[in-house]
Design a protein around this ligand. Structure first.
Ligand SMILES: *[C@@H]1O[C@H](CO)[C@@H](O)[C@H](O)[C@H]1NC(C)=O
Ligand SMILES: *[C@@H]1O[C@H](CO)[C@@H](O)[C@H](O)[C@H]1NC(C)=O
Ligand SMILES: *[C@@H]1O[C@H](CO)[C@@H](O)[C@H](O)[C@H]1NC(C)=O
Ligand SMILES: *[C@@H]1O[C@H](CO)[C@@H](O)[C@H](O)[C@H]1NC(C)=O
Ligand SMILES: *[C@@H]1O[C@H](CO)[C@@H](O)[C@H](O)[C@H]1NC(C)=O
Length: 409
């Protein structure tokens, strides 16, 4: 880095030019290959949060939205075309799933006969369950066909069939470049319940002078065990099993589940997490795939407890999580270095506790409820209609996911 900075001016100019042209080239390739953009308003930012000044009608909660007169005018209808695994409602929930939203005049159903299929405002398809033989027979131009997928392309591949070229208008995935990003968890500010949007560069509060709550201190004093890992998939694309095996040479790791000697069944998951909370200093939040933006409940669930997650993945964790809330294994030159660091942290209680300072200002929400609101709002946002089509969803989903194979340590 130092040498680079002090290199000759010409060399620096060439380097900058090269980087700029490569970036522009990448952008052009991405844009032309993946998406047909029919709207001048279109950009790759996820749906903006709505503003009444944009011309959106916000219905007050006292108003009777079930009144037929207002219903036909304003209600946006969403059809769940496929299942999403065992869920008929794409895990959006049962009952009035939009009730808590600022804009809530939306309705979701899996009943294909609820109304003529071309009248729905949005039709949702779950990537792995796409079937070109079972698609709506009629389509109208105002409809949004939405592609949804919450695992990586490695474990949830989609069919590469020409039917799905120029088929989808929007995407809902864990990726930041989806139209609606559906992360496994979000960070919220305790005082305001405000979400730190994971699709924007994060600005984290400086918590240097904050103290750690006494309860956490007491829990930490009782901890005796180094690290735990709950795991059921023993052979993964990230080769995390290989990383853990090598890491075990340098530190104790208790492996629970199919791939280890210990047991804590899924049925009593909450108890397992409590055990983790009471006994362990670290948890290995190692993802099964190394893909851009892919960090899962493996890290978010643990952050809800008082254990430091050691993460291994390909997301830029610093944009998703507050500083000093996790330890990134890939920041270390070797596994030996990582183990050395973790052991030193356990011996230095004050330093270990500093990894919980973020909890005095933020908390984690894994409910995913706010996606419902984002979808409903996006469908109502007439001023910012995104008329767009994914030209080649297969490429977008596969090459566009930025996955690498492991191990990367
Ligand atoms: C329908 O909406 C209008 C305004 O948009 C409102 O004045 C009226 O009260 C609503 N009707 C019912 C029955 O809610
Ligand atoms: C998008 O399409 C709808 C109809 O499908 C049309 O009413 C609207 O004007 C279009 N918006 C833009 C920005 O092109
Ligand atoms: C955070 O605040 C402390 C003092 O309160 C200061 O020393 C430190 O440089 C700040 N860190 C950043 C990253 O701004
Ligand atoms: C710490 O352990 C002791 C003895 O097992 C127990 O009584 C106490 O409740 C524990 N404290 C916390 C904060 O868990
Ligand atoms: C959605 O995509 C289809 C197929 O490319 C297109 O005909 C339609 O205009 C798009 N709709 C909107 C609202 O963008």
């Amino acid at each position: 880095m130092y040498r680079y900075l002090t290199g000759s001016i010409t060399f620096r100019v060439y380097t900058v030019l090269l980087i700029v042209s490569l970036t522009v080239l990448c952008f052009i390739i991405l844009k032309n290959n993946f998406i047909n953009d029919n709207s001048a308003l279109y950009n790759r930012q996820p749906m903006r949060v709505l503003n009444p000044a944009d011309g959106v009608e916000i219905i007050s909660k006292n108003e009777d939205i079930t009144s037929p007169r207002n219903l036909s005018k304003r209600m946006k209808t969403i059809l769940y075309w496929t299942m999403m695994f065992k869920s008929k409602n794409f895990y959006f929930g049962d009952g009035d799933i939009f009730l808590d939203c600022p804009i809530f005049s939306c309705l979701g159903t899996n009943d294909r006969n609820y109304q003529p299929v071309e009248n729905f405002d949005a039709i949702l398809f779950h990537g792995p369950e796409l079937n070109y033989k079972d698609l709506p027979k009629k389509r109208s131009p105002h409809q949004r066909y939405i592609f949804m997928n919450s695992e990586t392309q490695i474990y949830h591949p989609i069919p590469n069939h020409p039917t799905f070229n120029n088929f989808f208008n929007w995407t809902i995935t864990y990726r930041r470049d989806a139209d609606i990003m559906r992360p496994y968890g979000v960070v919220k500010i305790i005082k305001t319940n405000e979400i730190i949007p994971p699709y924007l560069p994060a600005v984290w509060k400086n918590l240097t002078d904050t103290s750690v709550p006494k309860e956490i201190d007491l829990i930490v004093q009782n901890k005796t065990k180094m690290a735990a890992w709950f795991v059921s998939n023993c052979f993964t694309s990230s080769r995390r099993e290989n990383v853990v095996k090598r890491l075990q040479k340098y530190m104790d790791i208790d492996i629970y589940g199919k791939c280890g000697k210990l047991e804590c069944p899924r049925e009593i998951e909450t108890e397992c997490y409590e055990k983790l909370n009471d006994n362990y200093f670290f948890y290995l939040s190692f993802e099964n795939s190394l893909c851009r933006d892919y960090l899962t409940e493996k890290v978010f669930r643990v952050l809800e407890y008082n254990v430091i997650p050691v993460v291994y993945g390909s997301a830029d964790y610093s944009t998703f999580l507050p500083p000093d809330s996790y330890i990134n294994a890939r920041d270390f030159a070797s596994l030996e270095e990582l183990a050395k660091f973790l052991k030193a942290l356990v011996k230095d209680t004050q330093r270990y506790l500093s990894y919980f300072k973020w909890k005095s200002h933020y908390y984690i929400d894994t409910s995913k409820r706010y996606i419902n609101c984002q979808l409903c709002e996006a469908l109502h946002n007439n001023n910012e209609i995104r008329n767009q089509t994914y030209k080649d969803i297969y490429r977008w989903w596969t090459i566009g996911s930025g996955c690498e194979s492991g191990p990367k340590l």
